[in-house]
Design a protein around this ligand. Structure first.
Ligand code: ZN
Length: 404
């Protein structure tokens, strides 16, 4: 592996650094694109199409339904749809990579945190500056720089820019899985785990479930024994699932909807649960646990139980190919004078879904920043250049290595 930067790489790095990333980032951040703001997402999609058209790409809009939401009454609501961008560059090239980033944010249309502000010499604040509009500018800067490589024809790639990552990527999951197929590696532009640039390594999986319990209504005074209390069954279910938490498998009963007036035995309840398994084995364990607990509760409380949801984010483990890719990131960081640290994190992202396709993925290729998902979100300006150069260097090296 190269341990110094050669002349060809140096030229690419300069082009990456010269890209007007801060201008793009400011413009994009000032457009509200909360996950449910369809109009704002459409404006962002248009801006991204224009910006990314500097790449020799075939650009498509892809619309998929989202996972159905279960109402407080336990009824599946008709699914909404979300639109994502899918770009294909040189599909005939022998080496194929995947790049992904999301353009939705957690800040809704009317949220007061809605503009870029300069915090000091080195940092800016704003909704999505780090998570992840900063990452999108880094990705574009690196790729347009790579397009100047004399041997670029040997390397092709797909880009997925999705609009529903902050709400679980249920609509974009099929597109991510499809685009990951046959790729030697993938890069996702979430911000670094810590402001010092620390990358995320392994991640647990995550599943969100709505468990709908139907009992039998009865008068709370006259014939309480004839009723079947759905709220009590849901509470019992929450306790049983919670007590099954163990190392590598966390269960968070988050909410119980249902019930009604004080004088009626409630006949409906919906228990919302988030479960995070650290490995595929723990995920299987969780699936068995759900099955058994549902059967037990149905029997013990004489209620019917229906479950909706699935593990939308499978656990992300690090394979040997993943370790090789991490080594390439480390050596590239060293050559650029950047530190490369790794940390396991409890959070999940699209990297989980890509990893489930057996494609090694580095999912924190974006900017350095912090306080994401809060009004104190910030981004360190010089990390735009650092991270754009890092991606560009990794690309040229993957090209030279012919794989990992
Ligand atoms: Zn993000």
């Amino acid at each position: 592996m190269a341990d110094i930067i050669n002349a060809c790489e140096e030229k690419i790095l300069k082009i990456a650094a010269d890209f007007p990333m801060l201008d793009y980032l400011t413009e994009w951040t000032n457009i509200n694109s909360g996950s449910y703001n369809q109009a704002g997402l459409a404006v962002m999609a248009e801006k991204l199409k224009q910006a990314f058209s500097i790449l020799p790409a075939k650009i498509e809009e892809v619309t998929h339904p989202s996972q159905a939401i279960i109402s407080a009454e336990g009824v599946p609501l008709s699914p909404t749809t979300a639109t994502h961008l899918h770009l294909t560059i040189r599909p005939e090239a022998p080496l194929q990579l995947l790049f992904t980033g999301h353009f939705d944010t957690v800040f809704g249309k009317d949220h007061p945190f809605n503009k870029v502000t300069r915090l000091d010499e080195e940092t800016i604040g704003g909704p999505g500056v780090a998570d992840m509009k900063g990452g999108l500018t880094v990705m574009l800067a690196a790729l347009q720089a790579f397009e100047n490589h004399p041997n670029k024809d040997k390397l092709g790639y797909e880009i997925v820019l999705n609009s529903d990552e902050e709400i679980g990527s249920s609509s974009s999951a099929p597109l991510l899985a499809q685009s990951a197929k046959g790729k030697i590696a993938a890069f996702t532009y979430e911000p670094s785990t810590l402001p010092d640039g620390t990358f995320a390594s392994a991640r647990p999986g995550s599943g969100n479930f709505s468990i709908v319990i139907t009992g039998l209504a009865a008068h709370a005074g006259r014939n309480i024994d004839q009723g079947r209390n759905a709220i009590v069954a849901a509470a019992d279910m929450a306790l049983r699932l919670k007590s099954a938490s163990q190392k590598g498998l966390t269960v968070n009963p988050a909410k119980i909807d249902g019930g009604g007036p004080n004088n009626i035995v409630p006949d409906n309840a919906v228990l919302r649960v988030n479960i995070r398994p650290s490995t595929p084995e723990k995920m299987q364990l969780a699936e068995n646990l759900l099955k058994k607990t549902i059967a037990d509760i149905a029997q013990d409380h004489s209620v019917t139980v229906k479950i909706y949801g699935h593990f939308g984010r499978p656990p992300k483990a690090i394979s040997q190919k993943g370790k090789n890719l991490m080594a390439l990131v480390e050596s590239s960081c060293q050559n650029l004078g950047l530190t490369a640290c790794w940390q396991e994190t409890g959070g999940v992202c699209d990297g989980n879904n890509i990893s489930a396709m057996d494609v090694p993925v580095i999912d924190t290729m974006g900017v350095r920043g912090g306080n994401i998902h809060s009004q104190k979100e910030f981004m360190i300006i010089k990390s735009l250049e650092e991270r754009a150069q890092l991606s560009a260097l990794i690309l040229t090296r993957l090209l030279n290595m012919g794989g990992i």
